[in-house]
Write a protein that binds this ligand. Sequence first.
Ligand code: TYD
Length: 596
Amino acid sequence: MLGANAAGGAVIGLARTFDTDIGAGDPGYGLLFGTVFCGIAGGMLYGPRLVPDFSRRRLFGLSISAAGVSLVVLALIPNMVIAALVTFVIGAWAGIAWVTGYTLLGLEVADDVRGRTFAFVQTMVRVTLVLVLAVSPLLAAAFGKHEIELTDAMSLTYNGAAITMLLAGVLATALGFASYRHMDDRRGIPLVPDLASAYRNEPVGLRRGDPGGGYFVAIEGGEGAGKSTQVELLAQWLRDQRHDVLVTFEPGATDVGRRLRSVLLDRHDDEPTPLSPRAEALLFAADRAEHVTNVVVPALAAGSIVITDRYIDSSLAYQGSGRALDESEILRLSRWATDGLRPDITVLLDLPAADGLRRVQTPDRLESEPVEFHERVRERYLELARRGGHRYLVVDATRSPDAVAEEIRSRLSPLLPTSRAELAEREAAAAAAEEQARREQQDRERLEQEARAAREQEEATARAARDQAAAEERARRQQAKEAEQARRDAERAARQSAAAEEKERRRLAAEAAAAAAAEQRAKQALEDAERRAAAGRHRAESSDPASRRPADTGRSPAGDDPPTRPLSLTDELFGLGDEADETVQLPRVRDRGEDR
Ligand code: TYD
């Protein structure tokens, strides 16, 4: 504990120099100071809770070493950000070491010296802290600054603070390692699997064929505590719940065990030397090895609930305390004998030793021990239960057997595994549910299929109706189109015939006009002809010689030609007709075909 304290003190004492050297100034110092204490608080609060079943003795040495290694890392990496993180880790490990150390002190130091031990530790903690705070800066100054050339371009500068921290870290690591070796109560069990299984909350070395199956209950207690009665009541209750239960006991549950039991418990008053405490411890361990190998483990592997009347704690209480053997050695012996098999729960029936002894009728060798021996046994049992935490149930055995049994039942019922009968029932129920689900699924599928078929049918009908409607629509449109075409044709025909009639009407009008004009012209021609005839007559009447003298004619004296007149259009059209029956040629009327 003092080593862990010194490691934390070194950080605090050197933080000022350290952070000045890496150029972090006052804020850096504040940060380091803060992180180390946050780490300590976090470690104290959560560290042991992470591994509730891990050996506290192991955890203690481990955490001191881990704090030391972290301190070395801090010393080697002079970077403020990393320093802040590593300082937190150092604090956490120191916190774990501190709280574990205190727990161990409380558990392992005998009552009569516990107060003095605590006072001593408290005092030494303060003395160490003051010493470290005073000495570490001096050491740092003495070491001074050192530069390590890595390459031409790169060098590492370590100042006194870093070097002192490095040394403190190495020292703490070594101290932790030494504590671990010295205090280890689980020798032979490798650290990492032990830590991992403690984190997962399962005991190391527990051999079970079916991990989910069996459950191991140990009933412990002093003489006359009523263990046998409670074992039977518990077994009956469990059987009522359809669990497979195996009731067993120590010592003497096997063939070899029976012989060992006789050696251990029968009174051999005639023998001059009593059984030595170590031999007694070894014989109980031997009986336990037989018991675990041949009775307990096979039953657990088969998924039974095993209730044993006495187990390792009996040895710890009777041989460890009653016989004043080293408890850790007895524990190691039993662990080895059982290959680490621990009960899932230990029920401790507690009652004053004197009360228990009064219930014993024919005392055996151990029951014949004085009441102080049994009082020590009781105290050790209670201490084991305190240390074991949630793996123990302490029941006041001075009450009636029924009250005790009721308390045991209520505590155990949430912890027990499911019985095989119940498992089988559940399996059957699950299978039935599966079958039901399968049937329902089939029904659903069938219904879906039917629904799909009906939908398809409906769709087909709808499609057919749509097609028919579309065909009808097309036909209707076609008819409408044809009707429209017919209407247009009729209109066109009507227009054409109207135009032809109009044309005919105009042609007739034109013919009528032409006929009128021809008639007019004919009348004119007639008139002209009449006029010319009149003029001819006139000329004939006036053709006497006097009147035909050349001088009078005004014309060429050489000829007698009639006088000329200008040629009229009528002359051109109808010719110069002196004749009376001139024929007038009328313009020819073109027929309809030619006109078109
Ligand atoms: P037992 O006749 O089984 O009686 P009960 O358990 O009812 O007291 O006695 C077993 C005795 O053996 C008991 O006095 C305690 C002692 N014992 C040990 O000292 N160490 C052990 O490891 C075990 C299992 C029993």
